[in-house]
Design a protein around this ligand. Structure first.
Ligand code: SAH
Ligand code: SF4
Ligand code: F3S
Length: 440
C-alpha cells in the first residue's frame, strides 16, 4: 500500500472532487494519510479563481519539496490549475512536480501515477470532457452530517472575469437516478443533510427534468432532513423553482445569490445577463415568497474601468438588499478570460483596497444588525461539531438559514436536531441555549 496525502484548495466542488479521488485511489493499491510527512504521494487539488489562490499552491509545492529534502515523494497537481501547470511544466521541466491531472481525468489517476513510477517521466492529462460526471464513482467521504454532491459540472456562462468555464469545461448534468441513488446511500450511512453542488446549479437539466424537479425528488429520500444547494445564478429562477424552495419543508430557506456588481454598465461588461433592477426585483420576489429567507452573496470590486460612482451602485444595492453576509473580492485578472483579453486591469490596487475595506465595513454592520434581530427567536439547529474553534465546552451547528449557532454542550450530539433559543449574536454567529431536543 502506498500512502497518499491530499490537500484541497478552493470551493466545495473541489472538496467533493477530493472525495472522488480518494474513492478512485483507495480501490487501487493506495491508502490515505492525514499527514504529509508519512506520504509517498502528495496531491494538491488546486483552485485558480484568483491570483492569490494560484500563489498559495506554488508556495505549498516549494515548501513540501524543501521539507521532504532528499526523500522520494511524488507531487501531483489536480484541479483547476492543472491546465496552467501543464503549460508551466512544458516551459520548465524542472518545476518540482511529477504529474498534472485535470478535473475530468481523475479516473486515469492510477494509470498516470504508474506511468510516473515506471517510466520515470512526468505525466499529464488535462483533457476536458463534455460527458464526465463521475456518476459511477461513490465518493469516499470523511463522515459527518453534511454530504456534498455534485449534480452538474462545468459552466457555460462565461462571466468575463471568470476562469471556471476554462478550467472545468462545458456544463453537464447527472441523471436524477444516479443522484438519488447516491443520496439514498448517504441517508443509510447517517447523513442528515445534502448540499447539491454545481457552478451554476440551478441550470441543472437532464432529459426534461430541471432543478426544481430534482429538488422535489431529493426531498422524498427518507432520512435526509435538509437540502441545500450552491451556487445558483440569478438568471435561472423560474416560478416553479421559487415555489419548491418556498413550499418544500426540507429545502433550506437560504439562497446564495451572487450579485458581483450593482452597476448596469459593469454587470454588462461582466456578462452577468441581469441589470440592477432585475436583481432587486428577483430579491423582492424571493423574499416575498419565502418568509425568513437568508440571502448571501459574492461581490467583486474594482472590475476594469469601474469608476467611484459605479462602485457606489454596488454600495447602494448592498445597503438596499441587506444581505445576511457577503464574500467580497478584489478583481483579479485571470489568463484566458474575456476580461483579460478585452479590458486592461486598470483600477489601481489602492482603490480596490479602499473599496473592499469600505464594503466589508458596511456589510459587517448589516450582518450584525440582521443577526441581532434573531435574538429572542427559537431556531431549529442541526448539530455539526461537538466543539467550537474557541471552546470544547460549546457545540456548534447551523440553523435552516445556514447561520452558525453556538450553544453549551449537553445531552445531545452531532447529527441531532435541537431547538435553540437565540440569546446573543455577533456579525458571524448566533449564540443561545438548547430548549428542546428534537426527534428526527
Ligand atoms: N459559480 C459560482 C462562483 C464561482 S467563483 C457562481 O457563479 O456563483 C466564486 C466567486 O469568486 C464568484 O462569485 C466571484 O465573486 C469570485 N470571482 C470569480 N472570478 C474572480 C476574479 N477573476 N476576480 C475576483 N473574484 C472572482
Ligand atoms: Fe464563473 Fe460565472 Fe460560471 Fe459562476 S456562473 S462559474 S462566476 S462563469
Ligand atoms: Fe476554484 Fe475551481 Fe472552485 S477555480 S473556486 S476550485 S471551480
Amino acid at each position: 500500500m502506498k500512502k497518499v496525502y491530499i490537500e484541497t484548495f478552493g470551493c466545495q466542488m473541489n472538496e467533493y472532487d477530493t472525495e472522488l479521488v480518494r474513492a478512485i485511489l483507495t480501490k487501487e493499491k493506495y491508502e490515505f494519510t492525514s499527514s504529509p510527512e508519512d506520504a509517498e504521494i502528495i496531491l494538491l487539488n488546486t483552485c485558480s479563481v484568483r491570483e492569490n489562490a494560484n500563489r498559495k499552491v506554488y508556495g505549498r509545492i516549494h515548501k513540501i519539496r524543501s521539507e521532504k529534502g532528499k526523500e522520494r515523494v511524488l507531487i501531483g497537481v489536480l484541479g483547476c490549475m492543472a491546465t496552467n501547470f501543464r503549460q508551466d511544466l512544458l516551459k520548465d521541466p524542472n518545476l518540482p512536480i511529477d504529474f498534472v491531472v485535470g478535473p475530468d481525468s481523475y479516473k486515469r489517476l492510477p494509470n498516470l501515477i504508474r506511468e510516473v513510477e515506471e517510466e520515470g517521466k512526468k505525466a499529464f492529462d488535462v483533457t476536458l470532457s463534455e460527458f464526465e460526471t463521475y456518476s459511477d464513482v461513490y465518493p469516499l467521504r470523511e463522515g459527518g452530517v453534511n454530504a456534498w454532491i455534485a449534480v452538474m459540472r462545468g459552466c457555460d456562462n462565461f462571466c468575463t472575469f471568470c476562469v471556471v468555464p476554462y478550467t472545468r469545461g462545458r456544463e453537464r448534468s447527472r441523471s436524477p437516478e444516479s443522484v438519488l441513488e447516491e443520496i439514498r446511500r448517504l441517508a443509510q450511512e447517517g447523513f442528515r443533510q445534502v448540499t447539491l453542488l454545481g457552478q451554476n446549479v440551478n441550470s441543472y437539466r437532464y432529459e426534461g427534468k430541471d432543478f426544481a424537479d430534482l429538488l422535489e425528488m431529493v426531498s422524498k429520500v427518507d432520512g435526509i432532513e435538509r437540502i441545500r444547494f450552491t451556487s445558483p445564478h440569478p438568471k435561472d429562477f423560474p416560478e416553479r423553482l421559487i415555489e419548491v424552495i418556498a413550499e418544500n419543508p426540507k429545502v433550506c430557506k437560504h439562497i446564495h445569490l451572487p450579485l458581483q456588481a450593482g452597476n448596469d454598465r459593469i454587470l454588462d461588461l461582466m456578462n452577468r445577463t441581469y441589470t440592477q433592477k432585475e436583481f432587486l426585483e428577483l430579491v423582492e420576489k424571493l423574499r416575498d415568497r419565502i418568509p425568513g429567507l437568508v440571502l448571501t452573496t459574492d461581490i467583486i470590486v474594482g472590475f476594469p474601468t469601474e469608476t467611484d460612482e459605479e462602485f457606489e451602485d454596488t454600495v447602494k444595492v448592498v445597503r438596499e438588499v441587506e444581505f445576511d453576509s457577503a464574500f467580497i473580492f478584489k478583481y483579479s485578472e485571470r489568463p484566458k478570460t474575456i476580461a483579460a483579453r478585452k479590458y486592461p486591469d486598470d483600477v489601481p490596487e489602492e482603490v480596490k483596497t479602499e473599496r473592499i475595506v469600505r464594503l466589508n465595513e458596511i456589510q459587517k454592520e448589516i450582518s450584525l444588525k440582521k443577526n441581532r434581530a434573531h435574538i429572542g427567536e427559537v431556531h431549529e439547529v442541526l448539530i455539526e461539531e461537538e466543539r467550537t474553534k474557541k471552546s470544547d465546552q460549546d457545540y456548534q451547528g447551523r440553523n435552516d438559514g445556514n447561520k452558525i449557532v453556538i450553544f453549551p454542550k449537553g445531552n445531545y450530539g452531532r447529527g441531532q436536531f435541537v431547538e435553540v433559543k437565540i440569546e446573543d449574536a455577533t456579525a458571524n454567529v448566533l449564540k443561545g441555549r438548547v430548549i428542546k431536543v428534537l426527534e428526527k
